[in-house]
Each structure stands twice: as C-alpha cells, then as structure tokens.
Design a binder for this molecule. Sequence first.
Ligand SMILES: Cc1cc2nc3c(=O)[nH]c(=O)nc-3n(C[C@H](O)[C@H](O)[C@H](O)COP(=O)(O)OP(=O)(O)OC[C@H]3O[C@@H](n4cnc5c(N)ncnc54)[C@H](O)[C@@H]3O)c2cc1C
Length: 488
Amino acid sequence: MRTTEHAVVIAGGGPAGMMLAAELALAKVDVAVVERRPDHVLAGSRAGGLLTRTIEVLDQRGVADRFLAEGQVHQAMPFGTAMLDMSDLPTRHPYFLGIFQNEIERIMAAWIAELPVRIYYGSEVTGFAQDDTGVDVELSDDRSLRAGYLVGCDGGRSVIRKAGGIEFPGWDPTRSNLIAEVETAEEPPQGVRHDATGIQAVHMMENGSTVRVVVTEQEIGPSSEPTLRDLSEALITVYGTDFGIHNPTWISRFTDMTRQAATYRAGRVLLAGDAAHVHYPAGGQGLSLGVQDAVNLGWKLAQVVGGSSPDSLLDTYQDERHPVVARVLQHTIALGTLQRQDERMKALVDVVSELANLDEPRKRLVGIRSGLDIHYDLGEGHPLLGRRMPDLDLMTANGPLRVFELLHGARPLLLDLAQPGDFDVAPWADRVQLIAASYNGDWELPVLGAVSAPTAVLIRPDGYVAWVGDGTDVGLTDALATWFGPPA
Ligand SMILES: Cc1cc2nc3c(=O)[nH]c(=O)nc-3n(C[C@H](O)[C@H](O)[C@H](O)COP(=O)(O)OP(=O)(O)OC[C@H]3O[C@@H](n4cnc5c(N)ncnc54)[C@H](O)[C@@H]3O)c2cc1C
C-alpha cells in the first residue's frame, strides 16, 4: 500500500474543508483534502447563501467579489413574521448574499485550484490511528496517508468524529422537512407559508422550469433517502395536490436535530463545520459557521505545524468557537420554533416579531444572525479586544488601503495608528506585519455603537483583535507571544 505524507489532511471538501485548505495553503502548509465525491459538483442546491461575517472573511482573503458577482443582495432578514432591516450594519456588506451552495462550492473549488492544495477526489476516509508524532489516515482505496494533523470537515455524519469517540450531545429531532428540486405539471403557488407543523415553501428556480420545494412532514421521516412518492404525499397533505411533480434532480430530508461535539479536538484530530455541529437550517447559518470555524482554526494550525507556536494554541480553537456556535444553535432553535404557527402560536409569533423590530432588539438579533457580534473572550479591555476589526479606509505610506486588503495574505498585522516608529516588533518580524497608517473616521462596532479610537491594534489573521493600544505598548509583547509564538 502506498503511503503519502502531508502536514495536514482534511477529510471532506465541502465549504468548511475547502476554506480550511485555502487558509493552510496561504500559510504555506502542505495540505491535502480527501473528498469522496468524484469532483466538487454538488447534486442539489442545499444552503441558500452567505451571512455578513462570512462575506467579510472572504473579503479579508480578497475573494469576496467572486461570490458577490453571482449572488443577490438581501438587506433584510426574516424573524417570525418581521423582516429585520440590516442596511445600517457598520460594514461594507450589510446584507445576506443569496447564492446556492452548489455555486458557492464551484467558486471555492476554483479558488483553491489556484493554491497549492492537493485534493484526492473520489476517495473516502474510513478511519484513523494517531500516535505521538502524527496520524495514519485510512482511505477507501489502496492508498493511505500520514499527517501531522487530521481535520474532520466531513459533515454531520462525520466518520472522524465517530472514529475519534467524540460525544455529540444535543437535541433529538422533533420534525423533518423534505427539500427538492423538481418539475411540475401545474403551476404551484409560489412563496412561503407557515402552519402548525412548520414552514412550507415553493420557489421557481432561475432556469424557469425547476421548482425548489421545502415541505414539513406530518411525522419525522426515516433516515433512508426520501423518494418522489414521499414528496408527493407530503405536498398533497399540505397543498391538496402534488402539482404533478416529476423529473426530480434532487430530493433530500433534513431535521431540526441540534447537536454540538463535546470537544473539537482529540489530540492531533480536530473537527470543523457540520462535523462539529448540526442544526435546523432556519436562518441560513450552517455553511457560514463552518467557513468561520475554518478561518479561526487555519492560522493556528499553520503556526503549530510550522513550529512557531506551541500545540496548546489549538485549544483556543475550541475555547473560542464552541461558545459562539452554542449561542447560534440556540438562536436556530428559536427561529425554527417561530415557524410553527397554529392560531395560538401565531399570536405569540406576532407579538415577538413586533418587539424584534424595535431598534435595540433588531440590532441585537441582526448582530447574531450576521455574525458581526462575535466576541471571543480575550480578557478585559477595550471593546475591540476579541471582536472583528472593522474594514477601515486607511492612509499608508503606499497610499490608501483597506484593512482587509492588508489581511489578504492571512498574516498577523500590527496597525500603528499614532506615531510611526512607536513599536519594535523585530523579534516577530518574520511573522507579523507592522504597518503605520492614519485613520480619521469614526470607530463604530456592530450592536455596541461608537467606541473610542485606539492608537494601535494587533490583528490576528482571522481578523479578530488580539491587543488594543492606548498610547503605550503595555501588554503588546505578551499578546504577540501568546498568539504568534515566542520571540525569535
Ligand atoms: C438538505 C439540506 C438543506 C440545507 N439548507 C441549508 C440552508 O438553507 N442554509 C444553510 O446555511 N445551510 C443549509 N444546510 C446546511 C449546509 O449545507 C451545511 O451546514 C454545510 O454544507 C456544512 O459544510 P461542511 O463543509 O461542514 O459539510 P458538508 O457540506 O456536509 O461537506 C462535507 C464533505 O465531506 C465529504 N465527506 C463526507 N464523509 C467523507 C469521508 N468519510 N471521506 C471523505 N469525504 C467525506 C462530503 O462528500 C462533503 O463534500 C442544508 C443542509 C442540507 C443537507
């Protein structure tokens, strides 16, 4: 049997796996992805778009325009019966970008094809064995891989999570939906409706002949693949007719099962994306959560693999992402519950929706849904600490630049916004960029509003602020050592 070595092997080339591969490749790590599909093509459309913070992290890598060019901007997000305005979010992207997952994966696959990422298509990870120095990764074909680290981005039924014996506690399903793309003999009524079981939705797709249907089943369906007959019966129950459905290109079932891995790390094995958490798709958060997991993990894993940071840096991945995702899971349960509208529940949904549209609650809810309110607990300090760095318009020695442009290479950045020459980062110069810049605008954070202007900020490759200067460099060397390893 042939064994090939890589620094990192990723099981699964969905959105989380591809984003992680890109992050590692940008950091010059030898990374390979094992994907069981023969190529990146996805049978159905699946997820419906990208949330604001996800568009921002793609913007931080210089590729957001590729997605923006093919998506539709929606500046309001549904909550119960309300549409919450997002247009005043302090970001360049105050919207949800409507773009189907098969398009997202096509664009991501084209991006990682430009990077040094090795992809083993048509191969499945069947198990692994780890020791003190690495992981032997078993594949379904006559190959095996050896890696320093293995990351399971292999979806909700993750083989890596199960083989690693990682618990997956949470809530059992209480309902199931069929989702499909089919042709119909009759023209169905388009739009979304709610009843006591949940959501029912019919939309014509762009080709003008295929209809995307989401229908809630009367009882939780089996775990086997759903059939056209299942869909027909579910439609007749809700609409009184199945509209003459035929020619399905995709039929799938999802539930409101909500679970989160008890740990995101078992030694040299880590989990990201749906492998680490599953939930009902209300709010369209699943894909975005996985991409953001990958951006949190990528630079940390790169530094550990490269030897500049200790292995313990990887524990901060779970410390930061687990609580953030747990909060989103709660939110999706609330959103899913608001979809069940018998007459009494409808009264409650109307009251809650009216309150949600008041300015303060709206800002909070939009903050959660957009991902812009994420706060990693990095200790006490300026409100920017642990929050995302805004994409400010800077003036630098090289002319005007946006903060996000300075993050395209996925390298840490110390932004000196006061007197050039204030800081000496020579012992980290091989890792950290030092840029002197001026910025005279406001500092406004999502949900929190205006905050005082810092004199310097240390920004991690994922765009979160690791240290804030207040006219001195107190705490800077500690922050540099904590996040980017000991001085050279
Ligand atoms: C029917 C349905 C509807 C959905 N609707 C929405 C929505 O409206 N909005 C939203 O945000 N999200 C939605 N989701 C969820 C969204 O699709 C996921 O959250 C997202 O795809 C997660 O990305 P991922 O990369 O973590 O996992 P996945 O996309 O599941 O990718 C996992 C990859 O790993 C591969 N793989 C699996 N096992 C192995 C193995 N052993 N070896 C090698 N490769 C393997 C798979 O082929 C796949 O490519 C929906 C999901 C489903 C199933």
